[in-house]
Every structure is written in structure tokens, then in C-alpha cells.
Design a protein around this ligand. Structure first.
Ligand code: ADP
Length: 708
């Protein structure tokens, strides 16, 4: 993502869709934007957001009023009816309820939980029947749907099933969360295990006990205030991922669903998204939107995919998203993400889904808070609060002012030094977003501090210091569903904390075999999984490889990136066959096998906002060797030779000698005090690096921002 500059800007012709002629006739560009955005929203909703929140509930209770609505509105509400049933009923109930009613909700849920767990009770309605009720409600709405709209819905048949799936997924998520809550502090799995042990020994007692447990779980769950959040970002596992941002966009929404949040993730519909996901997407609608000073209306399609209670809405436009890679060069990326940021907000208006919070990520979505407070201020979405999360301050979306003005269409007022203006020539999209966001977060406490200094501030340190009152660091976690050595399908042998010592050896031998290394469980295997860029401390690594390869040590590198590093590691592989492996590729499954098979993992970054590889490594019983910066400092406590405390090996200054020293300390412990090493392995596997704590902090932030 080099900050390339071009003297001229590509103005691409429309290749895919022709703009609607009626829309083209609209008087001014500004008006067009607003009309595209608000066209489908009912009039009252435009004026009164609080009233709008109750609309979905009202619609159900007042079908007559709904019938009287104009045809256009009917079409939208028909589309709305395909929203996951469980989600809809929950939101509607929550939003429509008066404060007194809201207080009563938990009690109602408690009763239903009791009923669920005591099937013998005659008055309890069967769970199946309950599930069907909202589904029935969706049917007539679908019938009402405008036939024209039906024609434009190729995946119509799939819609019903996906809505049902979504409903059941939502229910699953809720029940999973409910189970997790009573364990307070304990891990979910252990709570489950404990329950199943009890079940075997005393089935009768268990029925009562589990009923109580589930009742209290539902109580806690329903006591959590509900908030709706739209995540807007440029990548998300498993659709498209180039680094940690993709992991966060995947895991955090799922965890927030467990904390009683209603989450929608808005992403570009890149052509490179695997076909199996493309096939499962359901058409949710389309509209045309003006963009900047282009004088054109651009097609915005909305394709939806629902999984585990999270709704993913993909913004479709082949003109912007047809390349095989999400990021190309700034000449293409600036227009692409101006379009995406604006289209994401317009899509939320179009869907008539107005979240409490719009949570944007990195420079690609940084214009969202700016749009919210300017072009979209008077539209329904203008009432949402915004959070901008910095995953990596190095990438900021800087380009010359006229180009960003041209594509964004933002008013001149935002191009001042307090917002987008970077210097006399350039505008900075991230800088503008930081100025306009209601809150700024970054992915660790140390990085939140570091970016306010000249060393790590990437020239934004003054701007960040100015906005430090709204800046906060929340460390990332990892998704235990995706990263779990006990169930990981990529591994040769599964293991947990109790079996790690023997089974890690087997994974090590399998890894050595896979990579053509000498198969010897006694060798100390060091892994490195990384984008190969100068952020990651690879110059340090490459300068000490000869000293590291001492005959008892093997090194495995997995990554792609700058040619100089790729070539260096290829060279080392050629020169050290059997002891050094350079996998110059992006391979998820192999990454999992390296986490499981290696003894230690290197993360000697020059700077590291959070870093996920050290968390993955610890969870797989692989000890991290890291530089004390950013999230690495916050998550890896250095091993103390005197007390035996700690969970990895660290060094502070960016210096190859200190890295070598840290590696040697790790080796010394491994070869001379294996018992102690094994204790650290177990401790690392026990360490809570899940999203649970971090997601709670995000939820608290959402509540802090929306205290109505
Ligand atoms: P960054 O976001 O700066 O790239 P992080 O440590 O935050 O670094 O996240 C990197 C994520 O990408 C981890 O989940 C890591 O396992 C994964 N990853 C990095 N490179 C590769 C690769 N070559 N193959 C597979 N996964 C990779």
C-alpha cells in the first residue's frame, strides 16, 4: 500500500450498469445524494429518528397503517421482512418497549427459559412452535412484495431459507451466550464440562440444576442493554483477509452478538470473495447514488449473507470491486473507498436499518464519520454515533486535495487543517475521520500511547494528541472457534493443555515432514508468520539467521510481501536445506500447523498496533519472542528466570543483537530446563486471549456513547 501519487486521476467509464435516467435528471448533485439515500424511507422517519426506531414494531401491530403506505415503502418493508426473524422480533421488542416494559422483558425471557428446560410442564409451549411464530409473520409480507422487486431478486428462493437459517443461527448464538454467562470468569468449556459430568451422576438433579442455570443465564443476558452496531471496513475473514483487520472484523461482531448487540458488517463485494460465499449471498436491493463531482450516478447493489447471528451486507459495484485483490494502488483505491464509505451509509438508509453506532475501521472507512456529519447529517443515519478504530496508523489514504474533493464530494469546510488537510497539497482521509469520529480506538493501550509520539505517530501525533480525550486502546483477542488446537481441522493431532506436551511433538514432526526439514522432535523450531514488510522487523531477523541456525534449531517462515525479504528468505532456505524453510505464500492452514508445530514464534516488529500472531501462538502452546512495542508489550509478559513468571521472551530496543539475545534466552530455557519451559507452555495455553474481555470494553464504549 505505497502512497503513490499520480498527476492525473483515472475517470472510469461505467461498464456494468446504466444510471437510471430519472435519477439523472435530478436537479443538483447534493439533492441526488439525499434523494438516493432517503427515497425509500418513510417521511416521518426522516424527521424523527426516535419515532423511527419504533417503526418496525409498529408495523407488525398496525397492518392497516402499513397498507396505506405508498408503494415504494411497501417494497422496502417487504424486503425488511426478510431480516432474520429472531433478530427482528428481538429488536422490535426492545425498541418498541416502554421503559417499564423493558424492565419486564427479562422476566418474560426467564419464564421461557424455564419452559425450555422443563419440557414436562404441560403449559409450556413447545420450542419448535415458538420458533415458527415469527417465521409465519414473514410470509404475508413476502406475498405483498412488489412483483417488480421480486423479478430483480434472483435468489428469491434462497431468501426464505436464509431467513430461517439466520433465525436459528441467532437463536443458537443467544443460547450459546446464555450458557456462557453464568460461568462468570470461568471458561465456557469448563462450565459445559462440569455440567455434563454432573448430568451423568445425577440426571434428576441435573434437570433442576440446568434449569436454574439457564434461567439465570438468560436473566443476565437479557439484562445486558441491547445496542445496534454497523461495522464498516475493507476486509473480513473468511471472505477476504490480508492481515489482522480481517480477523477483527470476523471475531469482534460475533462476540458482540453474544453481548446482546445487533451487528451488521458492511463490506465491499470484491470479485475475489470465494465463490461458495458469493453463491450464498442473497439480493437485498439496489439503488443509484451520486459520487463526488463525477456527475454520475453509480449502481449500489446490496447482497446479504447471514452467519452466526451476524448479518454481512456486501456493497456491490463491479466498476470498483472487480479486481482480484482488495488493495491495488492509491490511484484506484482512493475513488474505491470514497465510493464504499458513502455507499455503506446510503445502504443503511436504504435498508432502513439505523444503528446506534457506526463502527468504522482504518483509512478505507475513515470518511464515514465525515460523511455522517456532512452529507448524511439530515438523513436517518445522521443520528448514529461513530467510532473509528485504527488498526495500523501507517496507512492513511493520503492523496492530493483536488482528487479527494472530486471523488468524495465533501464540502470545502472539511478540507481545513483541523480535519482532512495534511499540508498545502494533500488531504488525509484517516486524519479527517479522526477529527469527525465521536470516539477513536486503537488496538492496544500501549499503541494508543505510542501513536501520540513522534516515533510512532506517522506524522499524525499532534492531531492525535489534540484528540487524545476521545482516544482509547482496547487490545484485540482471537476467536476461539477459529483458533483452537483441540478442534483445528488443519492439525495433524489435536491437543489441549493436558495433552500438549506429547501431541505438540507429533505436530512438530508432521510440520518438519511437510516442509522437508530434518525430522527430529529434539530440534528447537522457531516460526515466523507475517506480512513481509519492514514493519515486522525482518531486517533484524535476516541479519541473525546464521547465528540462530546452530545445528539444534530450525526456522520456518510463512509470508508474502516485499521482494527483498522474500528473496532473502529464499536464499536462506537454499543455503540451509533441512533446517530453514521459506514458505513464500499466504496459506491459512499451514499457518495453523506452524502455530501448532513450532516451539517458539518470532514477532520482532518495529511497531505493532496489537499483533495477533503472538496470541495465536500462546493459545497453541508456542512461546512468543517479541519486541516490547504496542500490543506485543501489552500481551506478552517477559519470562523471569528467578520467579518463573511470564509467558514469552522479549527485548526492547530495535536491535538485532537484542533479538538474538532473546532467542538465546528461549533456547537456554528449552534445552536446559524443560520442566520450566513446559510450565510456561501450559500457562500460555491457559491465558485468556479470547475476545470476551475486549468485546465487553467495546460494548461499554457503545453504551457510553448512547446513554439515552
Ligand atoms: P498484520 O495485521 O499487521 O498483518 P497481525 O499479527 O495483526 O498482523 O495479523 C496477522 C494475521 O494474518 C494472523 O492471523 C496471521 O496468522 C495471518 N497471516 C499473516 N501472514 C500469513 C500467511 N502468509 N499465511 C497465512 N496467514 C497469515
Amino acid at each position: 500500500m505505497a502512497r503513490k501519487k499520480a498527476s492525473s486521476v483515472k475517470k472510469k467509464p461505467a461498464t456494468t450498469k446504466v444510471a437510471a435516467p430519472a435519477a439523472e435528471k435530478a436537479a443538483s448533485v447534493e439533492e441526488k445524494a439525499i434523494s438516493a439515500v432517503t427515497e425509500t424511507a418513510p417521511t416521518e422517519e426522516k424527521k424523527e429518528p426516535a419515532a423511527k426506531e419504533t417503526v418496525s414494531a409498529e408495523k407488525k401491530t398496525a397492518p392497516v397503517a402499513e397498507k396505506a403506505a405508498p408503494a415504494e415503502e411497501k417494497k422496502v418493508s417487504a424486503v425488511k421482512e426478510t431480516v432474520p426473524a429472531a433478530e427482528k422480533t428481538a429488536v422490535a421488542a426492545e425498541k418498541a418497549a416502554s421503559p417499564e416494559e423493558k424492565k419486564e422483558l427479562p422476566v418474560k425471557k426467564t419464564v421461557s427459559a424455564k419452559e425450555k428446560t422443563v419440557p414436562a410442564a404441560p403449559e409450556a409451549p413447545p420450542v419448535e412452535e415458538k420458533k415458527k411464530t415469527p417465521a409465519k409473520k414473514t410470509a404475508p409480507a413476502k406475498e405483498k412484495m412488489d412483483p417488480a422487486a421480486a423479478k430483480t431478486t434472483p435468489a428469491e428462493g434462497k431468501k426464505r431459507t436464509s431467513a430461517k437459517k439466520a433465525a436459528s443461527a441467532e437463536e443458537k448464538a443467544v443460547s450459546a451466550a446464555a450458557k456462557a454467562v453464568p460461568a462468570k470468569g470461568k471458561k465456557r468449556t469448563s462450565a459445559k464440562k462440569a455440567a455434563s459430568v454432573e448430568e451423568k451422576s445425577a440426571p434428576a438433579a441435573v434437570e433442576a440444576a440446568s434449569a436454574v442455570e439457564e434461567v439465570s443465564a438468560v436473566n443476565v443476558m437479557s439484562n445486558l442493554p441491547r445496542r445496534s452496531v454497523a461495522f464498516i471496513g475493507s476486509e473480513c475473514h473468511p471472505f477476504v483477509k490480508t492481515g489482522g483487520l480481517g480477523d477483527v472484523m470476523y471475531a469482534l461482531p460475533r462476540e458482540l452478538v453474544r453481548l446482546n448487540c445487533d451487528v451488521r458488517v458492511i463490506l465491499p463485494r470484491y470479485a475475489c470473495i470465494p465463490q461458495k460465499y458469493q453463491d450464498q449471498m442473497v439480493y437485498r436491493g439496489e439503488f443509484y447514488m451520486d459520487l463526488g463531482k463525477t456527475g454520475r450516478n453509480y449502481y449500489v447493489g446490496i447482497m446479504e449473507y447471514v452467519c452466526d447471528g451476524v448479518v454481512y451486507d456486501f456493497i456491490d459495484n463491479q466498476e470498483f470491486f472487480s479486481s482480484g485483490n482488495p488493495y491495488l494502488n492509491l490511484v484506484d483505491d482512493i475513488p474505491k473507498y470514497c465510493f464504499f464509505s458513502k455507499a455503506a451509509l446510503a445502504a443503511l438508509n436504504y435498508l432502513n436499518w439505523i444503528p446506534d453506532i457506526v463502527h468504522c475501521h482504518d483509512w478505507q472507512a475513515a470518511l464515514v464519520p465525515v460523511y455522517l456529519r456532512t452529507l448524511f447529517q439530515d438523513s436517518p443515519i445522521g443520528h448514529a454515533r461513530s467510532i473509528l478504530t485504527i488498526h495500523n496508523l501507517r496507512f492513511q489514504g493520503i492523496y492530493n486535495i483536488p482528487t479527494i474533493q472530486y471523488w468524495s464530494g465533501l464540502p470545502d469546510s472539511v478540507f481545513g487543517m483541523g480535519a482532512l488537510k495534511e499540508n498545502y497539497v494533500d488531504a488525509n482521509m484517516l486524519k479527517g475521520g479522526l477529527a469527525y469520529a465521536d470516539r477513536i480506538t486503537t488496538v492496544s493501550g500501549t499503541y494508543a500511547y505510542e501513536i501520540q509520539t513522534a516515533e510512532y505517530g506517522e506524522h499524525l501525533e499532534n492531531h492525535l494528541r489534540y484528540h487524545s480525550g476521545k482516544l482509547r486502546g482496547i487490545v484485540n483477542g482471537i476467536d476461539y472457534g477459529m483458533w483452537n488446537p483441540e478442534t483445528d481441522s488443519a492439525l495433524t493431532v489435536h491437543y489441549n493443555r493436558d495433552t500438549v506436551l506429547e501431541h505438540k511433538m507429533e505436530n512438530k514432526l508432521a510440520l518438519q515432514k511437510e516442509l522437508g526439514l530434518e525430522e527430529d522432535a529434539g530440534k528447537f523450531v522457531i516460526g515466523l508468520i507475517s506480512r513481509l514488510t519492514n514493519q515486522k522487523g525482518l531486517d533484524l531477523v535476516s541479519s541473525i539467521i546464521p547465528q540462530v541456525l546452530d545445528g539444534n534449531t530450525q526456522v520456518v517462515v510463512l509470508g508474502t510481501g516485499d521482494k527483498q525479504y522474500e528473496d532473502t528468505f529464499r536464499y536462506y532456505e537454499g543455503a540451509n536445506r533441512g533446517t530453514f524453510s521459506a514458505c513464500i505464500q499466504y496459506d491459512e492452514a499451514r499457518a495453523h500447523r506452524i502455530y501448532a508445530g513450532a516451539d517458539a514464534l518470532l514477532v520482532p516488529s518495529r511497531f505493532e498496533p496489537c499483533g495477533l500472531t503472538q496470541l495465536n501462538a500462546m493459545h497453541y502452546g508456542t512461546l512468543p519472542i517479541v519486541r516490547e512495542t504496542g500490543g506485543l508489550k501489552d500481551t506478552v509478559q517477559p519470562y523471569n528466570i528467578f520467579t518463573g513468571d511470564g509467558n514469552g521472551f522479549t527485548f526492547d530496543r530495535y536491535d538485532a543483537g537484542l533479538l538474538l539475545d532473546a532467542i538465546n534466552r528461549a533456547k537456554t530455557l528449552y534445552f536446559t530446563n524443560r520442566d520450566q519451559w513446559n510450565q510456561v507452555v501450559r500457562r500460555d495455553m491457559e491465558k485468556d486471549v479470547s475476545w470476551e474481555n475486549s468485546a465487553k470494553q467495546y460494548k461499554d464504549l457503545y453504551l457510553e456513547l448512547t446513554q439515552w
